[in-house]
Design a binder for this molecule. Structure first.
Ligand SMILES: O=P(O)(O)OC[C@H]1O[C@H](OP(=O)(O)OP(=O)(O)O)[C@H](O)[C@@H]1O
Ligand SMILES: Nc1nc2[nH]cnc2c(=O)[nH]1
Length: 181
């Protein structure tokens, strides 16, 4: 697996340090509350798991699976719910946990949905932001790292369902995807 990576963009150590900082920040911001952390499957799983374990307040976990990419490297532009929440959002302080904001379509869809469902507050926490990919205007409240306009993999992010278990963020060698990025 590692020999298919052309370069490392963010090391495992830097990711873990960032998770610690974000976990501490969220613990302070939600002290005395019981927020609902919504992980966006599948990519957010490692990040959500690491951040929430750095929090020292109670937090409820739930998951949504929303897809706009299929097996491709570009967004289809159409967001669809594959798995909805089990939890009622009305009146809750929702923390959306994402691995990456690229076009912004996934998050703008989710923010609209949670507003419609009458969340008390909505905060967006993303490990990665790719500002050059944006086609809709949306910003995270907390961002781990900015990345260049390249297709990245690792730490939850896949290429054709592979590389999610890589502990760092990297860029694939062109021969892995046939050079058509
Ligand atoms: O800002 P956007 O252009 O909408 O892209 C961001 C979304 O794309 C990826 O999910 P994907 O649909 O590939 O599903 P996955 O997490 O299961 O890989 C990623 O995990 C984000 O949810
Ligand atoms: N794996 C992966 N998924 C994405 N979804 C949106 N942007 C990206 C990206 O750069 N890499």
């Amino acid at each position: 697996m590692h020999n298919e990576i052309e370069k490392t963009l963010i090391t495992e150590e830097d990711i873990q340090q960032k998770c610690q900082e974000i976990g501490e920040q969220l613990s302070k911001e939600y002290e005395g509350k019981f927020p609902l952390a919504v992980g966006v499957l599948k990519g957010a799983l490692p990040f959500m798991s690491d951040v929430l374990r750095k929090m020292d307040i109670h937090v409820e976990m739930d998951f949504m699976d929303v897809s706009s990419y299929g097996n491709e490297m570009r967004s289809s532009g159409e967001v669809k719910i594959v798995k909805d929440l089990d939890t009622k959002v009305e009146g809750r302080d929702v923390i959306i946990i994402e691995d990456i904001i690229d076009s912004g379509l996934t998050l703008s869809y989710l923010v609209d949905l949670f507003k419609y469902r009458k969340a008390n507050s909505i905060k967006i926490v993303t490990l990665l932001d790719k500002p050059e990919g944006r086609t809709v205007d949306i910003k995270a409240d907390i961002t781990g790292f900015s990345v260049p306009n390249e297709f990245v993999v690792g730490y939850g992010l896949d290429y054709q369902e592979k590389f999610r278990n890589l502990p760092y963020i990297g860029v694939l060698k062109p021969e892995v995807y046939g050079g058509d990025n």
